[in-house]
Design a binder for this molecule. Structure first.
Ligand code: C2E
Ligand code: MG
Ligand code: MG
Ligand code: MG
Length: 287
């Protein structure tokens, strides 16, 4: 029996960290099996053009289908995947499936766009970018219809070499977007240093739409994006009022529960089939 009183704070800290590492190790092995077993699948949330209310594409969002049938979101496995160096494998598994789905969807909806999430500084590595291109070609999808979303932590550590890889990716036809834009410290610096096609304003902005200070910031970010020739998407739109405010402030595209959460591909197919002139029946942005 350990004499607890004799254990110092530092020792306790070490014990806790060893415990956490062991937990990660176990859960990481379990996650690896889930990735290999095809339990990680993309669900899709529609992206809309705010001016017309038409669906222009979908964002692929990772979900884990547990053997029990329960479906869990990325917050339960993406951080673990990052800590255990499996994020590239996980992303590639999602991307492979998403592009296969996109090829089928584009048969009915030519030009439908898809956006894919990356984390873990993958664009620091040219070979990784080449794998994404190979998967895109294998699926028979035009890179021009694919957008790669980078969160702040996924942005290159070394802007000079990162910018070169990002430009190479764009030269292949892909678009690159900054995700969760406006939440991090380096957002504006990234805009100055890295080549991108658009910014996705973080969901927290949608919550604050209509408040004077936040509208001023959003207007300024949109003005900066315009000067740089970038497009602007806002995510997390939940009410018709937010959609109208976002449109009035000049956002080009939007996503949010107002239109739909992420859904399995079968539900997406039904949703797209229900559109009238490209608009969802529930669409509140226009007529
Ligand atoms: P994100 O890329 O910024 O995705 C937006 C998140 O907001 C999604 O959560 C989406 O379901 C949720 N959302 C969309 N509309 C609304 C709304 O109107 N209200 C609210 N409250 N939430 C809304 P989700 O699917 O849980 O994804 C969380 C994050 O996990 C994503 O944020 C993304 O950073 C990451 N992620 C998801 N899939 C992948 C993936 O395949 N690879 C990587 N590396 N990261 C992923
Ligand atoms: Mg995203
Ligand atoms: Mg997003
Ligand atoms: Mg986001």
């Amino acid at each position: 029996v350990r004499d607890l009183a004799a254990i110092t704070g530092d020792q306790l800290d070490l014990l806790r960290r060893a415990d956490a590492l062991e937990d990660d190790h176990r859960a990481g092995a379990e996650l690896a099996a889930a990735i290999r077993g095809g339990e990680i699948v993309p669900w899709y949330q529609p992206m809309l053009d705010l001016a017309t209310g038409r669906v222009i594409g979908v964002e692929a969002l990772a979900r884990r289908r547990m053997p029990s049938g329960a479906v869990v979101g990325p917050q339960t496995f993406i951080p673990l995947a990052e800590r255990t160096d499996q994020i590239v494998d996980l992303d590639l598994a999602v991307i492979r499936r998403a592009l296969t789905d996109l090829a089928v969807l584009q048969e009915g909806y030519p030009g439908l766009r898809m956006s894919l999430n990356l984390s873990g500084r993958q664009l620091d590595r040219r070979d990784w970018a080449e794998q994404v291109l190979a998967l895109t070609r294998a699926a028979g999808v035009a890179p021009e219809t694919v957008e790669l979303e980078l969160t702040e932590t996924a942005r290159p550590a070394d802007p000079a070499s990162g910018a070169a890889t990002m430009q190479w990716v764009r030269d292949q036809g892909f678009e690159i977007w900054f995700d969760d834009f406006g939440t991090g410290w380096s957002a504006l610096q990234d805009l100055m240093q890295l080549p991108v096609d658009g910014i996705k304003l973080d969901r927290s902005f949608a919550d604050e739409l209509g408040s004077h200070a936040d509208d001023a910031i959003i207007r300024a970010l949109i003005a900066a994006a315009r000067e740089l020739g970038l497009q602007v998407t806002i995510e997390g739109i939940e009410t018709a009022e937010q959609a109208e405010l976002a449109r009035a402030l000049g956002c080009d595209h939007a996503q949010g529960y107002l239109w739909s959460p992420a859904v399995p591909v079968e539900d997406l197919v039904a949703m797209l089939a229900s559109t009238v002139d490209g608009r969802l029946p529930s669409s509140a942005t226009r007529d």
